[in-house]
Write a protein that binds this ligand. Structure first.
Ligand SMILES: C[S@@+](CC[C@H](N)C(=O)[O-])C[C@H]1O[C@@H](n2cnc3c(N)ncnc32)[C@H](O)[C@@H]1O
Length: 394
């Protein structure tokens, strides 16, 4: 374990409410990375704070901040020297402060394990964005799920659950593979995705698929299932260990979990190029009250963190296989720019920045045009993406 320090800077004085909200987001992201908060020192003007953590390394704390959406300036590993370790200095301090002066204590609020905010985002603004860019997303995502299904083909006659099914195209593919005796179920926390998936399955006459709304972290998932599949549907839980434990209990003993999750953002130029540009040009805000997508698309990018989550959820035989695939984010540069500003971490920063984001849009568009140009091909703007195909046994 190492002692890690993180510095945060605030545009407006930090409040108790903001402290509770940030702690609720950060604590579960630290938990899964085996980190823990120790103490914080807040400047008297409440515009700057240094927090101390115990964690395996600085990257674990950085990842926890990123995954939780809590902004930070810098994170570094430190040797921390405390007055308690120096008896002479401690005696002086006690004399100076007097016995009655107790050090201030600010207990962090208990972490929120609720997915309510995430659900509101997926059922609202994110659903609308997914509808708008559905073709681009589905085509890009399918490259990864096809690779997963090729390696772990659903067995005819099996009962399979698709977690975070979205529009249900993977559920439908699985339903075809397990037909005529098998059955595919798609579960999603957002009602609008469930309705859309039902409509699509009906239109394509798939009668061995059903869709239901549930929060995978806490609701009954039916079952027992022979296998669970998920394409980019497991990275948004407030408590991933609880959610995956719930998934495990819905599986038969030895049942297979196969989930596709994004690898590190640096290998996902299709969203990361825009993210670096937007973070440079648009001030980040987390205090807007707007719902956010939850821990986020890169919350399972670390192989160590993800395998720990699965082990703690009771899975065994965990394996991760890297799968890279190009993604076309637009037929032309203008469509790619619209996509880049709407989705992924860049889209979240733009959305949360509100009017300020709108004001800076022309500058962002100009920078994106330049940055996306090298990815122009005869097929449109094509960029690298990279995922883990994660498997584990119940
Ligand atoms: C990135 S989308 C992926 C959708 C689909 N699997 C695909 O590949 O097109 C993530 C999905 O997970 C769903 N989701 C997020 N949190 C969830 C939860 N707690 N329980 C069930 N579904 C959830 C969202 O509503 C969304 O449809």
């Amino acid at each position: 374990m190492a002692r890690i320090l993180a510095e945060q800077v605030f545009q407006e004085p930090f409040t108790d409410e903001r402290y509770a909200a940030d702690a609720a987001k950060l604590t579960p992201c630290l938990d899964v990375r085996k980190g823990a908060w120790r103490r914080s020192s807040l400047a008297i003007d409440k515009l700057r704070m240094v927090c101390e953590f115990e964690a395996p390394d600085a990257e674990a704390v950085r990842e926890a901040f990123r995954a939780s959406g809590v902004a930070y300036e810098r994170v570094w590993t430190a040797d921390v020297y405390a007055v308690e370790d120096y008896p002479d200095a401690m005696r002086k301090l006690t004399a100076l402060l007097g016995e009655t002066t107790a050090p201030p204590t600010a207990a962090p609020a208990p972490p929120s394990e609720s997915n309510d905010e995430t659900t509101a985002a997926w059922n609202g603004v994110l659903f609308d964005k997914f509808v708008r860019f559905r073709d681009i997303l589905t085509l890009g995502f399918t490259r990864h799920s096809d690779a997963a299904l090729d390696r772990h083909p659903p067995i005819q006659g099996a009962r399979v659950l698709d977690v975070g099914c979205g529009f249900g195209d993977v559920t439908a593919a699985v339903a075809r593979a397990v037909a005529p005796d098998g059955f595919a179920s798609g579960v999603d926390v957002a009602d609008r995705f469930v309705q859309a998936a039902r409509r699509d399955a009906e239109a394509h006459h798939i009668d061995n698929a059903r869709f239901f709304r549930a929060d995978v972290q806490k609701d009954d998932l039916g079952g027992p299932y022979d296998a669970v599949i998920s394409r980019f549907g497991t990275m948004f839980f407030a408590n991933p260990v609880a959610a995956l434990r719930n998934v495990r209990t819905a599986l038969k003993p030895q049942g297979l979990l196969c989930m596709v999750v994004w690898r590190k953002r640096e290998d996902n130029a299709w969203v990361h190029v825009a993210e670096t540009i937007v973070r440079d040009l648009v001030p980040e805000r987390h205090d807007t009250g707007e719902p956010t997508c939850g821990p986020g698309p890169f919350s399972m990018a670390s192989a160590d963190t993800t395998s720990d989550i699965l082990a703690r959820a009771g899975f065994r035989d965990v394996s991760l296989l890297r799968h890279d695939a190009p993604v076309r984010i637009g037929r032309d540069i203008d469509e790619a720019i619209q996509f880049a500003m709407a989705l992924g971490p860049a889209g979240e920063v733009m959305r949360l920045a509100g009017e300020e984001g709108e004001r800076r849009k022309p500058t962002v568009i100009a920078a994106l045009r330049q940055a996306l140009e090298p990815y122009r091909t005869s097929e449109g703007i094509v960029m690298p993406s990279s995922a883990w195909i994660v498997t584990a046994r119940a």
